[in-house]
Design a protein around this ligand. Structure first.
Ligand SMILES: C[S@@+](CC[C@H](N)C(=O)[O-])C[C@H]1O[C@@H](n2cnc3c(N)ncnc32)[C@H](O)[C@@H]1O
Length: 391
């Protein structure tokens, strides 16, 4: 199936399921879909903790679960299935090139390099960090690499690593959003996990300049989105807000049991505070608050409420029965975890919609485009690679 056809089908399905994935259960105590799907609601609320955790972390299984109540969910499994990239055999460079790179990151970079297509042209490594990917490509493809990065400390450290490896890699310490003259037709560009408007700038400006080949593993799609995501490739039926675009990247694969307990406690306390605020103010709607630093959760619940009340300018009357709000917070946390399975089922389909939008834009600019996954999601859930060759 052609990319445009896949996108049109996915767009239609996501748009028709909008009421299921758009509401955020930590804001809406009972999202509107609960009234339309009472059996789904009952089954979700009856899930044990381990199953709820597993379904929250496995979008495909969550779509399968949802399909019992909303049959179109099974179409989304196929529409968001992305094939693995064809990878060239791994090249051994010894351990020296990967000096300082944490294990998982090194594997991501090696997988990206194996899935990318060498052209023999100089490489632009976009939003390069310390330029680990650029260094590996300079070594493996024997080409000159320019690693563009805004942070001078990372540029310095990357420069030292390049010198130590003896590769042809230089750093351009520049802002990717405003840089001019970075692109040329006799060039290949790569970007591993350049966020939101950073990967969109590469796509717009790289295509405009006719860069010969672009290979981009995007992430943080919501960055640079004001309120509603503006599709690059033309109108979508599906309206994707900034929060929806963020949903696509909320999946984690690394949380330990201790981190999960901490995450649950933080959510329960914040929900407990939200219920208390609704009670005191008489407002029935959720009101967002600034991110709460980890230090605020170190004491007990009443200390947490004092800190939050101070931050939010809220007066907590004496005798509010904080223990009751703590236990209501935990009750809400258990419900939110279960109701969120519905929203989380749509994470990958939404991500695929956003990535295909970028791919279709490149097609319209005269590129041959393929989209594949360059590594297992256990290495990184942001494993989609857009590979575009100027036709
Ligand atoms: C998620 S990191 C990815 C780094 C590297 N590509 C990798 O995968 O290891 C994103 C990088 O983009 C850089 N960055 C952020 N804003 C930038 C900008 N406006 N111009 C250039 N680089 C930027 C950050 O400093 C950071 O090093």
């Amino acid at each position: 199936m052609r990319l445009s056809e896949r996108q049109s089908n996915l767009d239609t399905q996501l748009d028709s399921a909008h009421t299921l994935w758009h509401p955020q259960p930590f804001r809406d105590i009972r999202p509107a879909w609960c009234a339309d799907y009472p059996d789904l609601l009952a089954e979700l609320l009856a899930l044990d903790d381990a199953t709820a955790e597993a379904l929250n972390n496995d979008g495909r299984a969550a779509l399968g679960f949802l399909a019992n109540f909303f049959p179109a969910a099974s179409d989304l499994v196929a529409l968001s299935a992305i094939p693995a990239c064809t990878a060239s055999p791994k090249v051994e460079h010894g351990w020296r090139w990967a000096w300082e790179i944490p294990g998982r990151k090194q594997q991501q970079i090696e997988a990206f390099a194996a899935a990318a297509h060498p052209t023999g042209l100089p490489v632009l490594d976009w939003c390069a960090g310390k330029g680990h990917l650029g260094r590996l490509l300079a070594l493996q493809w024997q080409v000159a690499v320019t690693s563009l990065e805004i942070d001078p400390v990372l540029c310095d450290q990357g420069g030292q690593l390049a010198a130590r490896s003896g590769v042809s890699q230089k750093f351009a310490c520049k802002n990717a959003l405003t840089v001019t003259n970075a692109f040329s037709p006799q060039q290949q560009a790569v970007a591993l996990h350049a966020c939101g408007d950073l990967h969109r700038r590469l796509i717009y400006s790289g295509a405009e300049a006719g860069v010969a080949r672009l290979e981009i593993a995007p992430c943080c799609y919501y960055r640079g989105v004001a309120e509603i995501y503006q599709p690059l490739s033309g109108a979508l039926q599906t309206s994707v807000t900034r929060d929806d675009a963020r949903l696509a990247v909320t999946e984690t694969v690394t949380a330990s049991a201790r981190l999960k307990r901490q995450r649950d406690k933080e959510m329960a306390w914040k929900l407990g505070f939200d219920l208390l605020r609704r009670e005191i103010s008489g407002e029935s709607l959720y009101r967002s608050f600034k991110p709460v630093p980890a230090a605020c959760f170190r004491g007990d619940f009443s200390a947490f409420i004092s800190l939050m009340a101070q931050r939010e300018n809220m007066l907590v009357p004496q005798g509010m029965g904080l223990a009751e709000f703590e236990s209501l917070g935990w009750q809400r946390q258990r419900e939110v975890m279960r109701l969120s399975i519905v929203r989380h089922a749509f994470r990958r389909p939404l991500e695929v919609l956003l990535v295909q939008d970028l791919g279709l834009y490149l097609e319209a600019q005269g590129y041959e485009v393929s989209i594949g996954s360059f590594c297992e999601r256990q290495l990184t859930p942001r494993n989609l690679l857009i590979s575009a060759r100027r036709a």
